[in-house]
Each structure stands twice: as C-alpha cells, then as structure tokens.
Design a protein around this ligand. Structure first.
Ligand SMILES: Nc1ncnc2c1ncn2[C@@H]1O[C@H](COP(=O)(O)OP(=O)(O)O)[C@@H](O)[C@H]1O
Ligand SMILES: O=C(OP(=O)(O)O)[C@H](O)COP(=O)(O)O
Length: 540
C-alpha cells in the first residue's frame, strides 16, 4: 500500500512553509513501561475560575496502600529551594498564543493550491499503516484571481484576543494568524468582509467592540481597515457597496446578536447576503455551530477553509493520524475527566504516552498508592485502571511520573519536597513532576519523531511548581531543532510554552484551546464539516 505524504507536507500553504517531510512508516519503539500510582481528593476549578486563574483545593484524608511504582532511589526528600518562593505569578488562561510559524509570508505563496484533509479516525488500524478515509475540504488557496477579483468575500476569523482595561491588545497572536488568508484575498482583488466575535457578550456591550483591533489589523495588512458599527443592516450594506477591490471591512462583534450563537437561519441569511462567497479561518471557533461559522455556509457558495484553519487541521488531524514514528503524546492538566476523550483517542495512535499534571494522582490511587491530599477524582478510579489496561493491550508505552514535587499547601510559597510517587505523606499534595520523571520523560522523548502535548505537568502558574512543565517545554524546543514535529495542542500548555519563550520554535502551536481538544478527541468540528468538499477527494 502506498502511503502518500501527509497534506501538511504541502509547502504551498503559506502557513506550512516550515514543515519537514517525513518518512511514511517506521518501527515502533517500545520503551520500558513504568507505571506508577497514588491517591487523593477533589480539587476542582470551574471553567470560569480557571479563566480567572483561581484555584481551589479541598483537603483530603489519605488512605495508605501499596505502591505499584518502582521506588525511585535518587529522589530527594529534602526541602526544595530550586525556585524562589513567593511570586504567585498566575498566568491567566487567555487566548494568547504565539504561533509556531513565521507570520510574514511572501505574497507569491498565497496563490497556491491547497486542499485540507480531514481524516476520520477509525481507531481500528494497526499503528504503522493507517488506512483512513480522507475528506478534503476546499481551500481559499484553490480559488484563483478569476474566482476572487471583485468578489465580496465573507471571512470568519477568530479575532478573540485579550484586551486590558484600557482596551489595549495584550496578545495579537490571533490577529497575526488571520493575516495570510486576508492578504491572499486582497492580493487577488477580493473585497473582504471580515467577521469575528470577541468574548461572550450578552447583547451589545461596548467593551466587547472590535474597534480596538482596527489599528493593529491595518498595520499588519498595510492598508486602512474600515470598521462597521454593526454586522448586518443598511449601514453595513452601504459600507460593503463602497468597498474597493482589495479593501477590508471589519464588521462589529457578531455575538452582539443572540441569533449568532443560536445559529438562527434568518440571521445567517442576513450575514450571507453581504457577500458572494465564504471563507472560514476561525479555527478557535470551529467547534461552535454558530451562524457565522456554520449557518452562513448554507447560503454562500463556495464556502472554503482559510489557511490558518487548514494548517490547524493539517497538524492536529493530519500529523496525529499519520505521524512520523515513534509518536509520543504528553497529556497533563488538572483532571483526568477533562482528558478522557483525548487519552482514549491518542491511545489509538501513539507509541508512547506520558502523563503528568493533577490527573496522575487518580491513576496512582487506582493502583492502591497513597497520594496525601493531592487532586483525585474518586469516581474515575476504575476509568484510570481501564486506561492503563488499554495502553498495555495496545502496546503503548505509558509512563507515569516516578517522582513528584509535593507541597504542604496549595500556594506559591508552600513548603515543598521531592519524593518518589510511592511515598507521598498524608497532608501533602503533588503539584509537579519530579526530576527523575523529567529525565525519564526526556529519554523517552529523545526516541521520537512526532510529539503532541496537551496540558501542563504541574501547577505551572506557581513558579515553584513550574519546573517540570518548563523542562518539557524546553525539551520539545530542543527536539524541534532536531527535526522532530512538535505540536502544542492549545490551552494551558500553550501558555507554558509562551512563558518559557520557546513558542516560535515549535512546529505548530494551536490558536484554539477547546477546538484543538475536540479535534484531538477525534470529534468533527461543525465549522469545518459545513465547508465545501474539494473537487478531488483524497484517499489516504
Ligand atoms: N498536580 C496538580 N494539581 C492541581 N492542579 C494541577 C496540577 N498540575 C496541573 N494542574 C493544573 O491544571 C491546569 C490546566 O489543566 P487543563 O485545563 O486540563 O489543561 P489545558 O488547558 O492545557 O487543557 C492548570 O491550571 C494547572 O495549575
Ligand atoms: O477563545 C476561544 O476558545 P478557547 O478559549 O477554547 O481557545 C474561542 O474564541 C472560542 O470562544 P468561545 O469559547 O467563547 O466560543
């Protein structure tokens, strides 16, 4: 069977300029299986609390049981002083995210033909050769000057950037990520009607206006962007009518209308009436079936993918379903419950699975270990056991940390020490992976050719417990320099990579937290499904 090069090798997509081609198959390397296990208690962040950087930790009584982990001899139990105490530097969960590709791309590249592939995950194939069904989506790169000149193009981007109290943009990543598609359209004489949401407004809310984005957009595009005060209606229609070829009109926040999130057809029809064709480049919002991401496609033909959307799919679907092997997945974050789908999906594809973060204590406890007052999801113990069994059955080398950094309280200035995962005392909680674990993880990662990372290894918002996460970020940066494909799957892992300052060297940094998680779970995104299929279907 011939296995074609994955779509992401297509360097014609300006966003894929740095992609390194890879060999189609490789042997799977099995490294020694080190399963560790412990116990704990509930520590939950609501979504809202997480966004505000608020953490809560319930204390817990620990039960003492056997440890299934090889006791780590070199782990120190002395109080750590590697990191200065205090400085509770909370990184808010923002859609910051610098992209791992060069923002400036030569205009000549924009005229390329590209076809986005979506591969459905059958989940039944053996790893080295995957026969997966491919559904190609038409791309903006498929549209020629003849298709675009003088045409009104409705572009849905995700310009949901963080603003400070003075309405200054604190991270322009998502604006920069939208530029290649807009430039392509401008260069081909289209009239660009740009739409986005910002925040989650309930009705018209001035602080969620898109007006503060105009100067930066204009600067990056090299033209003056015109701003409308609404996204539908006669005033907008007038502005569209006066838009010159190569001009850009930014519509007001589309979520000022409740019909947007309700995906009301009449509202979608009004948006669509402004334009001749549709481009969706809003990856971060592609998991929402809203009027401007899904509904509008019923009224505009063609409806195609933008370059950013395509690049996200190429990496988060393409590189993950047909990876250069060995392929490692690193999954961390607070709770196993929020990552079940991702772990199960990745177990079908990866050769090595490294687990870190708060979820490990549920795994430890499931194996009968004592985990002090660490975070544990009591109702997920059986699930943890079954995931370990599944990994074994599938021949995936699953590694849990052999040592952890524990704290006497959930605080940046907590006393801390490093202990084997099998020796967490009562009253102490694990907040980071330890140095032996970092070494073991690094050794495993050294064998890989593709790595995807989702979720921090510890409470990286506290400097004292950021060491494990930062070590992994540095390791991935190092591997990127050696040609390994490194994909950061959105969310807090992106914030961690940003914090270390290595975002620019990664192969791909996703601009969507929720959307990337859904893709990694193998779900289909409504904003993508709704797009036209490419003329030539691709069989992979
Ligand atoms: N050992 C731990 N105990 C408690 N919380 C943890 C631990 N390790 C990591 N976390 C928390 O997990 C959160 C990120 O989890 P999650 O949202 O699942 O990741 P992501 O946003 O990357 O998907 C961070 O706020 C971090 O503080
Ligand atoms: O910031 C976003 O998502 P993310 O926080 O999951 O990366 C997107 O703009 C989607 O926003 P929404 O979650 O309000 O629909």
């Amino acid at each position: 069977m011939i296995e074609p090069e994955p779509q992401l090798n297509d360097k014609k997509n300006p966003l894929n300029a740095h992609f390194q081609p890879h060999s189609s198959t490789s042997s799977i390397l099995y490294i020694s299986r080190t399963l560790c296990f412990c116990r704990t208690h509930p520590h939950t962040h609501t979504d809202k609390e997480k966004r505000k950087g608020i953490h809560t930790m319930a204390s817990a009584t620990a039960s003492h049981t056997l440890c299934g982990i090889p006791t780590t001899s070199s782990s120190s139990s002395s109080t750590t002083n590697r990191v200065s105490p205090h400085s509770a530097r909370f990184l808010l969960k923002t859609p910051l995210r610098r992209l791992g590709f060069a923002g400036a791309v030569a205009d000549s590249l924009f005229t390329s033909h590209v076809a986005t592939r979506l591969r459905s995950f059958s989940g039944s194939s053996s790893k080295p050769v995957r026969a997966v069904v491919s559904m190609a989506k038409k791309s903006v790169g498929d549209l020629t000057a003849a298709d675009l000149k003088g045409k009104k193009v409705f572009v849905r981007a995700d310009l949901n950037v963080p603003l400070d109290d003075a309405q200054n943009i604190t991270d322009d990543t998502r604006i920069r990520a939208a530029i290649p598609t807009i430039k392509h359209l401008i260069a081909n004489g289209a009239k660009v009607i740009l739409s986005s949401h910002l925040g989650r407004p309930k009705g018209v809310t001035p602080k969620y206006s898109l007006s503060p984005l105009v100067p930066r957009l204009s600067e990056l595009l090299g033209i003056q962007v015109v701003k409308a005060d609404d996204c539908i209606g006669p005033e907008v229609e007038k502005l569209v009518a006066s838009l010159p070829e190569g001009g850009v009109l930014l519509l007001e926040n589309v979520r000022f209308y409740k019909e947007e999130e309700k995906n009301e057809p009449e509202f979608a029809k009004k948006l669509a009436a402004l334009a001749d064709l549709y481009v969706n480049d809003a990856f971060g919002t592609a998991h929402r079936a809203h009027a401007s991401t899904e509904g509008v496609t019923k009224f505009l033909k063609p409806s195609v993918a933008g370059f950013l959307l395509q690049k996200e799919l190429d990496y988060l679907v393409g590189a993950v379903s047909t990876p250069k092997r060995p392929f490692a997945a690193i999954v961390g974050g607070s709770k196993v419950s929020s990552k079940i789908g991702v772990i199960e999906s990745l177990l079908e594809k990866c050769d090595i699975l490294l687990l870190g973060g708060g979820m490990i204590f549920t795994f430890y406890k499931a194996q009968g270990l004592s985990v002090g007052s660490s975070l544990v999801e009591e109702d997920k113990l059986d699930l943890a056991t079954s995931l370990l069994e599944k990994a074994k059955a599938k021949g995936v080398s699953l590694l849990l940390p052999s040592d952890v950094v524990i704290a006497d309280k959930f605080a940046p200035d907590a006393n801390s020490k490093i202990v084997p995962a099998s020796a967490i005392p009562d009253g102490w909680m694990g907040l980071d992976i330890g140095p032996d674990s970092v070494k073991t993880f690094n050794d495993a990662l050294d064998t890989t050719k593709t790595v995807i990372w989702n979720g921090p290894m510890g409470v990286f918002e506290f400097d004292k417990f950021a060491v494990g996460t930062e070590a992994i970020a540095k390791k991935l940066a190092d591997l990127s320099g050696k040609g390994v494909t490194t994909i950061i799957g959105g969310g807090d892992s992106v914030a961690a990579v940003e914090k270390v300052g290595v975002a620019n060297v990664m192969s791909h940094i996703s601009t969507g937290g929720g959307a990337s998680l859904e893709l990694l779970e193998g779900k289909e995104l409504p904003g993508v499904i709704a797009l036209d299929e490419a003329d030539t279907p691709v069989a992979v």
